[in-house]
Design a binder for this molecule. Structure first.
Ligand code: X5A
Ligand code: ZN
Length: 679
């Protein structure tokens, strides 16, 4: 049922290196590839992947992006003397040539195309290509930034041409701006390019004005190029996740790609000498997971940069393990985005608000242009002089990412007799512990003596315990009364060592607010009931005009509100409750179920009312990790909903830092997070 993950690797791509002294290029070493591959082998991950052979890209493939003159010039490099290679190198920027690099560059591009073929033909669900040289800096007629051919750009054109797909999303999480990819698709609305990159007000390589947030694409492609410049080093997990929640994901879902390509550079991880960022390697598990429900799961990750061999191999393993479907570790250190990240977020959202309906209510550009003005730059330099000396990237230490153990049982179902258990899941019922049964009877069934209901409730509590012990990953129960079952699980979870429970309730189930203000539970309820009022920090009603039946509004609420809340809350259990008649489509429900599994190490318990048998199959499949079907291009959400959501976000952002999308105004001081995004 769950299709496989392809791994592309060929030792041949380790067989070129820098042949002279060049401090800029010395970090791009063959060990980058061997170390990454060895880590995948050692951890057993390589064995779980489907090894797909690498091929050479053909001239026709390369000419999809590059000029004939450039290709012909590169073709002569294998025959050059050392002096000639050095001279050829000088015609390009921050790159070196070697007699074998042309061969390797053909393999790198060819491996990427083999990966695209494997995914597009359904041979595998997703995959990763470990390649050298990288690609995203190379341009039509120029090598650049260690890159010779633009592997991912070629792959995007190839996929469109060969498979007739309409829309490709390229996510470039490498710490450098893939200007080669930007230039290739600048005026092309069929390829959406997203990149975040170290920028530092244009001081950082490649020092292009074009890398700023206001390069949004040209002509028909306006709005389809998204740049998030990092103006400071030291960006962390929160900064990355907030950009995903508040920029990339809403736009990506609105765009609805047929294929996702990732420029997977890991120089954006902690310890990297180029990036100098501080995101932990396990953040890539989450970034990967968050993209895996787009395009029906068709995701191809292609290695770009990454120069700290330790954080590189750890990050590669996190990415591949997530592609394989193992639950992501609980995200660490989500202490909210920093001010500089918020400034960038604010600018990007403002620059794109005219192109994407999900950003319609984003704040206008700040009055002082935070990005390119020289005043800002001078200010920064002043601060740096007086500031304390910071650790260099090489001195950085961080804990090894936690081992991710897939539980022996992925998905357990508590179903009434007569309801069939879908393939791949395990029917679950507890051997009834008399002590628990009695407690349950006292608490929940005082005046009836319904033995069926009692059996179900005791199975639920046993299931919650098994999840806590990681013997079972996730579960689904069809119950007579979702409200009662929910209360039962919440009370039990509190005693079963679950520190925090995130309750996501879709539709109008009766929810008692009792015990929801101590922080042990966070309740987010989606409905169309205006009357529901927010009751403190931990009870958040999300009111949508048509309830959950408007897919656009619902999706926006999930991405921009629920996910950041969930990540910041960091639950150990997610309780997903589907009230009868919620109006939510199967597709949107599956997206929600899939996305929420990034939390709580994938420990989600779904509760549905008995009548919703038809939904058991789709839900189980999402719980098993099958990608949700694409929602299609989303129309504009209802203006009332966009406004209501924005208002809610503004009201909550004082308590929940991951909901912030603008920086506190400097100087002013008062009520910084109640800005005037809505007038
Ligand atoms: C692929 C990649 C970086 C080039 C840095 C040049 N290139 N200073 O990460
Ligand atoms: Zn890079």
């Amino acid at each position: 049922m769950k299709m496989g993950t392809a791994l592309l690797y060929d030792e041949e791509m380790t067989k070129y290196k820098l042949l002279w002294v060049d401090p800029v290029c010395k970090i791009e070493v063959p060990e980058r590839l061997t170390v990454s591959h060895e880590a995948l082998v050692k951890t057993g991950l390589a064995d779980r992947c489907i090894a797909v052979p690498v091929r050479e890209a053909t001239d026709a493939d390369i000419l999809l992006v590059h000029s004939e003159e450039y290709l012909e010039a590169v073709k002569t490099t294998p025959y050059m003397t050392l002096e000639e290679l050095m001279e050829f190198t000088l015609q390009h920027g921050d790159v070196y040539f070697h007699p074998n690099i042309y061969h390797c560059a053909k393999l790198a591009a060819g491996a990427t195309l083999q990966l695209v073929d494997s995914v597009m033909t359904g041979k595998v669900r997703n995959g990763m290509a470990l390649v050298r040289p990288p690609g995203h800096h190379s341009m039509r007629s120029a090598a650049n930034g260690f890159c010779v051919f633009n592997n991912v750009a070629i792959a995007a054109r190839y996929a469109k041409q060969k498979y007739g797909i309409k829309r490709v999303l390229i996510v470039d999480w490498d710490v450098h701006h893939g200007q080669g990819v930007q230039y290739c698709f600048e005026d092309d609305p069929s390829v959406l390019y997203f990149s975040w990159h170290r920028y530092e007000h244009q001081k950082f390589w490649p020092q292009l004005r074009d890398s700023d947030y206001d390069s949004v694409g040209k002509e028909k492609g306006a709005g389809f190029n998204i740049n998030v410049p990092w103006n400071k080093v030291g960006m962390k997990n929160s900064d990355y996740l907030s950009v995903f929640c508040h920029v990339l994901l809403p736009i990506a879902y609105e765009f609805s790609p047929d294929l996702v390509l990732v420029c997977a550079g890991f120089d954006s991880a902690i310890g990297d000498p180029e990036g100098e960022m501080r995101a932990s390697p396990d953040i890539f598990a989450h970034l990967t997971h968050l993209l895996m429900n787009l395009a029906g799961g068709k995701l191809c990750a292609v290695l770009e940069g990454g120069y700290n061999l330790t954080s590189l191999h750890q990050s590669v393993c996190q990415t591949v393990q997530t592609l394989l479907g193992d639950p992501a570790p609980r995200p660490a250190n989500l202490d909210g985005p920093c001010t500089s990240a918020l400034e960038s977020l604010h600018c990007v959202r403002a620059a794109h608000k005219q192109y994407w309906s999900c950003l319609k209510h984003a704040a206008e550009l700040p009055t002082s242009d935070v990005s390119t003005k020289c005043i800002k730059l001078a200010e920064e330099e002043e601060k740096q002089k007086t500031g304390e000396v910071e650790k260099s990237a090489e001195e950085e230490t961080w804990p090894e990412p936690p081992k991710r153990l897939a539980p022996p049982v992925s998905t357990a179902l508590v179903l009434p007799e007569g309801v069939a258990c879908p393939d791949g899941c395990k029917r679950f019922s507890s051997s009834e512990d008399p002590v628990i049964v009695n407690k349950l009877r006292e608490k929940f069934l005082t005046d009836s003596d319904d033995s069926d209901a009692l059996t179900t409730l005791s199975s639920l509590t046993a299931l919650v315990e098994k999840m806590e012990k990681n013997e079972i990953g996730n579960g689904l129960a069809l119950v007579r009364d979702v409200s009662m079952a929910m209360m039962c699980v919440v009370q039990h979870a509190a005693t079963a060592h679950h520190d925090r429970v995130l309750i996501v309730c879709v539709g109008d189930a009766v929810v008692s607010s009792q015990g929801t203000d101590d922080g042990k539970t966070l309740l987010v309820q989606f409905s169309n009931k205006e009357s529901e009022e927010q009751k403190g920090k931990f009870h958040i009603p999300v009111c949508l005009k048509k309830g959950c039946s408007d897919v656009s509004g619902f999706t926006q609420a999930v991405l921009g509100l629920l996910l950041p809340l969930g990540y910041e809350y960091d639950p150990s259990l997610v309780l997903l409750v589907r009230a009868p008649g919620s109006g939510l489509s199967d597709g949107a429900w599956q997206q929600l179920t899939g996305l929420l599994q990034g939390l709580a190490q994938g420990h989600t318990l779904v509760l549905m009312q008995e009548g919703e048998k038809a939904c058991v199959g789709p839900t189980a499949s999402s719980l098993l990790g099958v990608a949700a079907p694409p929602l299609g291009k989303l129309h504009a959400p209802l203006p009332e909903d966009v406004e209501a959501l924005e208002r809610l976000r503004l009201g909550l952002q004082a308590d929940w830092k991951l909901l912030r999308t603008t920086a506190p105004e400097t100087g002013g001081g008062e009520a910084p997070f109640f800005g005037s995004e809505i007038s």
